[in-house]
Design a protein around this ligand. Sequence first.
Ligand SMILES: Cc1cc2nc3c(=O)[nH]c(=O)nc-3n(C[C@H](O)[C@H](O)[C@H](O)COP(=O)(O)OP(=O)(O)OC[C@H]3O[C@@H](n4cnc5c(N)ncnc54)[C@H](O)[C@@H]3O)c2cc1C
Length: 469
Amino acid sequence: MSIPSSSESALPEQEPSYLIIGAGAFGASTALHLIRTHPNTSITLVDRDAHTAPFRVAASWDWNKVIRADYSDPEYSKLGVEAQTLWRNDPIFREWYHESGVVWIKSSAAADGGTDMEGFVDKAVRNLRQLSDGKEAEGIELLSVEDAKAAYGGFLRGADYTGVTKALVNKKSGWAEAKEALHATIQAAIDLGVEYRVAEVKRLGIDGGACQGVVIATAEGGAETTLKADRVVLCTGAYTPKLLIDSAPRWEELHAKGRIVAMAVTEAVVPLGEEGPNVLGRRPPVAINDNPTERGTLAISISLACFEVGCLPLPGMNAFKCWGQIIFRNTATDNALSTPPQRPDYAQWDVPQVLRDDVGWALRSVFGESEATRPMEHYRICWDAVTPSEDFIISPHSACPGLYIATCGSFHGFKFLPVIGKYVVQMLEGQLDSALGDKWAWGRELPTVVSHKKLSNVELRDLNKEKLC
Ligand SMILES: Cc1cc2nc3c(=O)[nH]c(=O)nc-3n(C[C@H](O)[C@H](O)[C@H](O)COP(=O)(O)OP(=O)(O)OC[C@H]3O[C@@H](n4cnc5c(N)ncnc54)[C@H](O)[C@@H]3O)c2cc1C
């Protein structure tokens, strides 16, 4: 009989168990990448909505989303290219991706978080040219206004080109069927062994200053239960600041404060009727117009809340989807915290007339006056977690061992669905590249919030009034 050596007799090191809270793009991608790299570990993905639910509150649940690598920031360009490679080729994603091209109509004079639009175009083109020996820039064209009007069979001839000297077309960008791609990602994670659990997380389970799980309620008013895990990863989008404050109201170091703000934009579907097959059959591009705020609905009152408007093809519904330009928050009067409305569906289908008009403005801006009064349906308020720099947070929580944050898509996070989980896993393993680690850190230095155009001070309750004053 041979006596085992001490190394042979030692028990294998136990892998940490994980609770991933939130099954949007960040949580779903994290679950998939984590189970691929750690097939034997216990991973539970928790969300208040079933992944098969016809409607969800997730910003990632949507009819369609823009997929692009056109960024003025080289890190997001690179990440966008990496994601697009998977959107094109990976069996989980390729069925849902449509490379129709994206047209950016941007005024040379308008501001874009401190850089002008010429800056955006030049930087986006330069970034793509520098990636993979310029191959990534092959789809790019800079068109004069006349050429832009004629492009895609005159699709954008009616757009508002005020102040525009050139339009950026990237034929290698496009759009994705978002809810289908999200569902496919979650299903792939489940197939590999991730457990999906439908439950509302009420608060984190904090003991001795460390996070050891979450407290859930499985139904409205239902009994509370604690789920335990070695590591809790919050991918809770716009709900994140509320969840942190509810978990320890007096522990300020745990709270998001100015780091994360729940903000929203309105979207709607524009049915095309009989002309739909003809219009959509020609594979129209995504169109984004940096619509000057002074021309939007009630724009003077909301001059801080500016967002480009846009329209995406939606052939599955014989329609386009558009989004509006008004960005707004929902601040509770007692604690100055912006949260989605406290209803299970975030009241996302209760859209005030002002915001309905705002999405209508997208039609006028992208297609012209003649299209401005087309009927729209499925108006929806979509809530996202936004940071002052628009950078994600993918980081350990510096005040609470066992707690990790991976969210804050800041109105541009969905496109990274195929890859973002890879970086979350690197963060969990302490292997995230230091430049990205600093960029996405919980404790990073925050730029001034005041001047950031996507952190407007417009309140939902004011938009509920007939007219802003
Ligand atoms: C109108 C609009 C248009 C956009 N268009 C684009 C686009 O074209 N391209 C693009 O790349 N990005 C776009 N974005 C941004 C993108 O949608 C988001 O950045 C991204 O989807 C955020 O993903 P997430 O996983 O962080 O959050 P979410 O997708 O919001 O997911 C968070 C999940 O957490 C769950 N959750 C929260 N709290 C709890 C709790 N207490 N208990 C249980 N579950 C909980 C929620 O149910 C939800 O499912 C857009 C955003 C908006 C608002």
